[in-house]
Design a protein around this ligand. Structure first.
Ligand SMILES: [Zn+2]
Length: 369
């Protein structure tokens, strides 16, 4: 609908209640939207993006328009939904996409029934629409609570650490190259651990060089072990190699091959990772070309066109493999990401099979992996 400029005329002091935040607003009335944008900008918001329908609200929630990477909070006018059930549904879907990003609901004359619906949808607050001061105060409270959960001062994200484990060079690029790029781009610290040097598929020195180029294309750093390609075991040595990486990285999230995979090396690395990462908060499995139909993803990481391009660039960095492997065909990689996009209601996505998650609710901002 409309967007206020990115550079405010008079930059607010850094102590402003909404300093540096990016706020999505669902509001159909243009005059109200403009007034609201001005109020939020004056209170320090770095950007305010206004949409006029539930569909546009959820779309913008899933894929913030540049330069916004992540929303800090949202404002939703109750009049935009048909009834209270729809309001609770929209808030529920928002939470599915953006768990931890607070929504403040506004209404001209909030009723008890509306308050119940907002509560059911776990809105951060409910305020009367013309009351700008109350809205700014509610947003500031919600942002402060979220900052507490994230363990950071002010708005923004704690730098999360992700370890991605693969048996062979190019495994993680194919499985979660887009996810790695997206998280690294969002400020996560991403490390790839490759368990072998790929001697079964070419010259190990060449493959090592390619793997480093690929990691760089995704914004991650690379650790390489030297287990025997084709006969990796789920034994003590494999577990210890992964434990060393876990001790070094201290990951909040680990991604690895699935148990549902026809490649013995992939299954061995999966099992050894489960043991080595028994104390890691969150562990999920990506899809390899050798995954079986038993692979059952339950999380979908939305990808932008840029993430898909980075994934393809990382895979192309494996020059020695690109022309030899059917599963490295660009059309297949792109259409697979397009297919999984149907589950996250975005154009592209990568699937994950969540194995365990002991994260306190609301700790992670928006992202499942
Ligand atoms: Zn592999």
């Amino acid at each position: 609908m409309s967007e206020t400029p990115d550079t405010p005329e008079g930059r607010p002091p850094s102590g402003a209640p909404l300093a540096g935040s990016h706020i999505l607003v669902g509001e159909r009335d243009e005059a109200t939207a403009e007034r609201l944008s001005r109020t939020l900008r004056t209170a320090g918001a770095a950007s305010v993006h206004v949409v006029g329908s539930p569909a546009a609200f959820l779309r913008a929630g899933a894929d913030p328009p540049p330069p916004v990477r992540l929303w800090d909070a949202a404002v939703w006018h109750a009049g935009l939904t048909e009834d209270h059930d729809e309001l609770a549904q929209v808030l529920g879907r928002w939470r599915g996409q953006r768990p931890g990003v607070p929504v403040v609901v506004t209404d001209d004359a909030p009723s008890t029934r509306l308050a119940v619906a907002a509560l059911r949808g776990r809105a951060a607050d409910l305020v009367e629409r013309p009351d700008a001061d109350a809205l700014v105060a509610a947003l500031a409270r919600a942002l402060a609570e979220r900052a507490d959960q994230l363990g950071v001062e002010g708005t923004g994200q704690k730098s999360l650490r992700m370890l991605v484990v693969g048996a062979h060079p190019d495994d993680v690029e194919i499985g979660v190259g887009g996810t790695i790029h997206r998280r690294a781009h969002n400020g996560w610290d991403v490390t790839i651990l490759t368990m072998s040097r790929g001697g079964g598929g070419g010259d190990p020195a060449q493959r090592r060089k390619e793997a480093h180029g690929a990691a760089e294309a995704m914004g991650a750093r690379l650790l390489m072990e030297d287990l025997p390609d084709g006969s990796i075991a789920d034994d003590r040595a494999t577990v210890q190699a992964i434990e060393r990486a876990v001790a070094e990285v201290g990951p909040d999230v680990v991604l690895v091959h699935s148990e549902s995979d026809t490649h013995q090396d992939h299954r061995a690395v999966h099992r050894a990772t489960l043991v080595a990462c028994r104390k890691v908060t969150r562990l999920a499995c990506y899809q390899s070309p050798s995954a079986t139909v038993a692979y059952q993803p339950n999380r979908f990481v939305e990808l932008s066109e840029t993430d898909v391009e980075a994934k393809l660039a990382a895979i192309a960095a494996h020059h020695s493999q690109a022309s030899r492997r059917w599963y490295l065909d660009e059309d297949l990689l792109r259409s697979t990401a397009r297919y999984w996009g149907r589950f996250s209601q975005t154009l592209y996505a990568e699937p994950l099979e969540l194995v365990h998650d002991s994260t306190p609710l609301g700790y992670f901002n928006a992202d499942y992996a």
